[in-house]
Design a binder for this molecule. Structure first.
Ligand SMILES: Cc1cc2nc3c(=O)[nH]c(=O)nc-3n(C[C@H](O)[C@H](O)[C@H](O)COP(=O)(O)OP(=O)(O)OC[C@H]3O[C@@H](n4cnc5c(N)ncnc54)[C@H](O)[C@@H]3O)c2cc1C
Length: 348
């Protein structure tokens, strides 16, 4: 497919000339292939594994080791893929498996530059990227690492745990440099606890209104809320169902619908502690989704075809948008501010 759609890459130079082809551009080729009526598309684990078996002269003991390593990697990397294989009777050593571009729509920093804006290290970070402590976010004393950190095009397991160590050490240095240690405000802790457990109360209080089974006019389940969020993101924020395309007016309409949903989310009810976890996951996803939509609206170009397309700005615009974009949410006012940050080439 890379050869079949090689010409597409020329529209995305200089990145289109990269070897290996950058992930979004490979996705872009696959989407184009799909739109041209081709497919399905397959991951050729069978070819890769059979080649590895041949390399060890099909020695059964070594084959077992290779298979065991491969399964460990599959399970570590994306457990749901391994479950899918099991449920579809797929032996990855013998059968190719179909791949489609779909959820998760928000993949954090692993496959994009998404995440918290953190300070770089003091030895190489230019002043624009350094504010005292390696991996400290723009909130003093709050540190981030791994997929939680933005501004990096691709994160991996080893990089993430190394970054975790760096962030941990910097956090310790911060505590040492800024005595006395923080004290806890008991009233504030109590208020947070009440807020965290409130969905259990919503459930109890809404019970008398249940008409049948779990049909409850006064409460939302976390699952219902999640489905609504996914549907809005899919249709308005360049999801799979809309061919990964959106535009300014569509994003603004999506933001209106997100705002409506946000007003309903305090009615999420938790039957038990598991539901309570799900409720707070939905809130977390909600804010990620809203930030995502706002960043897409702010950036008036298409920089990552294959991840999403702005139909109204379908091209790469190096002159205006070769930069990072950051957002800040003012919880008291409920307002978002988006800003451009310079992209500084550190490795020539
Ligand atoms: C599909 C896919 C394939 C990948 N393939 C590879 C690969 O082949 N090789 C490779 O090196 N990397 C791969 N990665 C990337 C790698 O998995 C990540 O970069 C790495 O796991 C990030 O580590 P982390 O510790 O930053 O985040 P995570 O591993 O996501 O850890 C964050 C943890 O925080 C927990 N958490 C979240 N919220 C809360 C809360 N409120 N309270 C308590 N806990 C919470 C989560 O449950 C999670 O366990 C892949 C990632 C994906 C998604």
């Amino acid at each position: 497919m890379e050869e079949k759609w090689a010409d597409l890459l020329k529209e995305w130079l200089p990145y289109g000339g990269g070897k290996p082809i950058p992930t979004p551009l490979r996705n872009h080729q696959m989407i184009r292939d799909h739109l041209a009526g081709a497919g399905p598309h397959y991951l050729r684990t069978d070819e890769a594994l059979q080649k590895m078996f041949a390399d060890v002269q099909n020695d059964p003991k070594k084959i077992r080791e290779i298979e065991s390593d491969a399964w460990e990697d599959f399970l570590d990397m994306t457990m749901s893929q391994a479950l899918l294989w099991a449920s579809e009777n797929i032996d990855p050593a013998k059968t190719p498996s179909e791949v489609v571009l779909t959820e998760p729509y928000l993949m954090g920093s692993h496959a994009s530059g998404t995440g918290a804006w953190v300070s770089g290290p003091e030895d190489i970070a230019p002043k624009e990227y350094f504010w005292g402590y390696n991996r400290m976010t723009t909130i003093r004393g709050l540190f981030a690492a791994g997929d939680g950190v933005g501004g990096s095009a691709h994160k991996f397991s080893s990089g993430s745990y190394t970054e975790g160590r760096l962030a941990g050490k910097a956090a310790v240095a911060y505590v040492h440099d800024n005595p006395p240690p923080p004290t806890l405000d008991g009233d504030r802790v109590e208020a947070i606890k009440n807020e965290l457990f409130a969905p259990l109360e919503v459930y109890e209080q809404s019970r008398p209104a249940v008409t049948r089974g779990d049909v409850n006019p006064n409460a939302l389940s976390p699952k219902q809320s999640l489905l609504r969020l996914q549907k809005i993101m899919d249709e308005y924020v360049a999801g799979q169902g809309s061919g990964y395309i959106t535009n300014g007016p569509t994003l603004k309409r999506g933001l209106e619908l997100l705002e409506l949903l946000k007003h309903e989310l305090p009615r999420m009810a938790a039957r038990d502690l598991h539901d309570l976890l799900r409720v707070w996951e939905v809130w977390d996803r909600y804010y990620c989704a809203e930030a995502h939509a706002r960043h897409m609206l702010f950036r008036e170009e298409t920089r990552w075809p294959g991840y999403y397309y702005r139909g109204d700005f379908p091209k790469l615009d190096e002159a205006n948008w070769k930069c990072f974009t950051t957002s800040r949410y003012d919880a008291a006012k409920g307002e978002w501010t988006l800003t451009k940050r310079p992209f500084i080439q550190l490795i020539p």
